[in-house]
Design a protein around this ligand. Structure first.
Ligand code: NDP
Ligand code: A1CAB
Length: 265
């Protein structure tokens, strides 16, 4: 089995590695990160060995996931660009960096997959947008990429021009959902519900509602209408949300994500 390597072992790499451990054995992977102590801890917990340096990790991996913050990428490029070759598959999860930025940063002679996952990967419910030039990869590599990205959730192949938008739908959106759950729970606590029960109920309502969208195929507006009884309680809340600019706030958040992608390099 060709090795899967990770440079950086933070929130996202940990989540992805956890998914991969269901499909691959620890010996099929390797990683490097910034702090020795943390690397030792991950190796103890997962059995996945760590390399002595980023260059060593890059040398050993056939599939190399770059999982550092965008601001750290230029430094990592400097450390690995003389090591990586065209035989390897370089996988980026960084916001803002295009395939062409990544290829250029790594010296021009590499094959790059650009992706945008999200933290629900930690519980096997990730959503990852992926793009690459299909002509550059073998069937075996494409199959491995599919196995890799679906080991921690769902994936969709998208055109690269849409990847910054995908950032809002996959990468950033969990933060908004958590804010919604927190606010909903606050509202319920305000009216007397115990806090932990409010979190459990709000989270299950979000999970169930998401399943309704995915499994019924109905328009979200129709599903919303099914909840709003004429003269009932929900439509009063919907009116209050509209007054507070609920939907336009979310649309503005997506614009903010989209624009920030261009300022990350
Ligand atoms: N968090 C999210 O929801 C999402 C993040 N992403 C992308 O994932 C990438 C990583 O983000 P995230 O996991 O959140 O970040 P984290 O800060 O959690 O992880 C970054 C990791 O990089 C390590 N690191 C720092 N400097 C170096 C270095 N010079 N060499 C090797 N490793 C280094 C850090 O080590 P240490 O901890 O020891 O300092 C840490 O393990 C980013 O590019 C981000 O855009 C994509 C989708 C969602
Ligand atoms: O905030 C960020 O930049 C990263 C990318 C998408 C989610 N988290």
């Amino acid at each position: 089995m060709a090795k899967i390597g990770f440079i950086g072992m933070g929130n996202m790499a940990t989540a992805i590695m956890k998914g991969l451990l269901k499909e691959f054995s620890p010996e099929d992977m390797i990683f490097s990160s910034a702090h020795e102590e943390k690397m030792e801890q991950v190796t103890r917990e997962t059995g996945v060995p760590h390399a002595g340096s980023n260059a060593e990790c890059a040398r050993q991996a056939k599939y190399l996931v770059l999982a550092v913050k965008p601001q750290v990428l230029p430094r990592v490029f400097g450390e690995i660009k003389d090591v990586v070759t065209k035989d390897q598959v370089i996988i980026s999860i960084a916001a803002g960096y295009t395939i062409s930025d990544l290829t250029e940063g790594l010296g021009g002679q590499v094959r790059v997959v650009r992706s945008m996952p999200n933290t629900p990967a930690m519980v096997g419910e990730g959503m990852t947008g992926v793009c690459y030039d299909e002509a550059l990869f073998t069937q075996e590599e494409k199959e491995l990429l599919h196995t890799l990205f679906t080991s921690f959730g769902k994936m969709e192949l998208v055109e690269e021009r849409l990847m910054d938008v995908v950032g809002s739908a996959s990468g950033c959106s969990p933060a908004y959902v958590y804010m919604f759950i927190e606010a909903l729970a606050d509202g319920c606590v305000k009216n007397g519900l115990p806090r932990q029960m409010a979190y459990r109920m709000a989270a299950q309502a979000v999970l169930g509602s998401a399943k309704m969208v995915l499994e019924t195929g109905k328009h979200p507006g129709e599903l919303k209408d099914m909840v709003c009884s004429p003269g009932g309680t929900t439509i009063e809340g919907v009116a209050a949300l509209e007054e507070g600019g609920f939907r336009s706030s979310i649309i503005k958040a997506c614009d903010a994500n989209y624009e920030k992608n261009k300022r990350l390099k």
